[in-house]
Design a protein around this ligand. Structure first.
Ligand SMILES: O=C(O)C(=O)C[C@@H](O)[C@H](O)[C@H](O)COP(=O)(O)O
Length: 367
């Protein structure tokens, strides 16, 4: 069972929309349902709709009309007229060939603030070419999508992604899901003081092998409680005995929690190919990564108990040199070296319950 992001977990964290990216909604609801639909949209400031129809609704508009905040032009003559009228204007183009890509580049050179790239069959490669040509210009690249999944893909084309996506939809859930692609979470990372280190026999631990390369300072938040986690570093640091595995976090025992981008917690044992996890750095900045594989194997385990500003919690990790925590000065500390009194980085908040990963306001004691 997967559920929508519980608001309370998200509100404890600082949600930050990626600044330069925009989600624009093109409402496809019937006129009678428009008012209700618009009233439910959160974190959307721009509509691809006739300004006459959405006047007074507190949205900016991008449309083929001189009344729009951003005027979409379909010809170079229209662009000239919009420029003369002092409007912010852009160029719409259906892209079917490289000649269309060249035309988009010319529109940018002619002063278009944005281009709306409408592509049907071949979408990714033409957009890659257009982003490569325009990413150093002042012209924003917008494209169209009809689902939140498509929005996600468009925002990651050629790593840079498009600057905006116009999502045609009549579903506020789809708008919310698409909006989640734009937001990252800043976790309030704090100093955790280790209070106990104990070898706890063998058990199953999970190596989370992601489809992303991690660098120094990045890892995953892992804990026995959803509200108390330590930052477990990735394996980009090799040793004389091991090669680096920069895509991997040897994360912890199967029962441990991590927080995922949908705002829920997941047990490490639940993470499988295709799942999404947060990669977090010691400043608390997060980015999404997709799990490629998780490896569950039986290994010796070590329990760490720690304290963060009055909250205590534990985590059980594999007891081996390759599993490292992060110290406040950024240096790494291997699980095999850690001792009471050491300081590492972690995340804590007051206790709350969890039901199928969703945060629930109920009495709960986790030891
Ligand atoms: O088996 C172990 O012990 C480990 O899991 C340590 C890991 O942290 C390390 O990544 C592992 O030894 C490498 O295994 P490989 O299957 O990727 O070669």
């Amino acid at each position: 069972m997967r559920a929508r992001a519980p608001k309370r977990l998200q509100s404890n964290l600082v949600e930050a929309a990626a600044k330069s990216k925009e989600l624009i909604v093109r409402p496809t609801v019937a006129k009678a349902g428009l008012e209700k639909f618009l009233s439910k949209l959160k974190n959307v400031s721009m509509l691809n709709a006739d300004p006459k129809i959405v006047a007074g609704k507190n949205f900016k508009t991008i449309f083929e009309s001189n009344d729009a905040d951003l005027v979409i032009c379909r010809t170079f003559d229209e662009m000239k007229a919009a420029k003369t009228a002092g409007k912010t204007f852009g160029y719409y183009k259906k892209v079917l060939s490289n000649a269309d890509v060249d035309e988009i580049e010319r529109a940018s050179q002619a002063g278009a603030s944005f281009v709306v790239v409408d592509a049907n069959d071949w979408k990714i490669i033409p957009l890659e070419n257009i982003i490569a040509k325009l990413h150093k210009s002042r012209t924003k690249v917008y494209t169209t999508a009809s689902s939140s999944k498509e929005v996600k893909t468009m925002f990651s084309v050629l790593e840079l992604g498009v600057d905006g996506v116009i999502l045609s939809t009549d579903s506020e859930d789809e708008v919310e899901k698409a909006g989640q692609q734009l937001s990252t979470v800043r976790f309030p990372i704090k100093v955790a003081r280790i209070t106990e280190v104990k070898d706890v026999g063998t058990g199953e631990r999970v190596c989370v092998d992601t489809a992303s390369m991690m660098g120094m300072g990045e890892g995953m938040l892992i804990g026995s409680r959803s509200n108390f986690m330590l930052l477990v570093h990735n394996e980009s640091v090799g040793s004389s005995f091991t090669s680096p595995r920069p895509f991997r976090v040897n994360a912890g025992a199967v029962y441990c929690y991590t927080i995922t981008p949908d705002g829920n917690t997941r047990y490490l044992s639940e993470l499988e190919s295709g799942a999404e996890v947060w990669i977090v750095n010691r400043e608390g900045q997060s980015r999404r990564a997709t799990v490629g594989r998780s490896k569950i194997e039986t290994r010796p385990l070590r329990l760490l108990r720690a304290e963060i500003e009055g909250e205590t919690g534990t985590v059980i990790l594999q007891n081996a040199e390759t599993i490292r925590l992060m110290k406040p000065d950024g240096k790494l500390l291997s699980v095999t070296e850690v001792k009471p009194g050491d300081e590492v980085m972690g995340y804590a908040k007051p206790a709350s319950g969890r039901h199928f990963g969703m945060e629930v306001d109920e009495y709960i004691v986790e030891k």
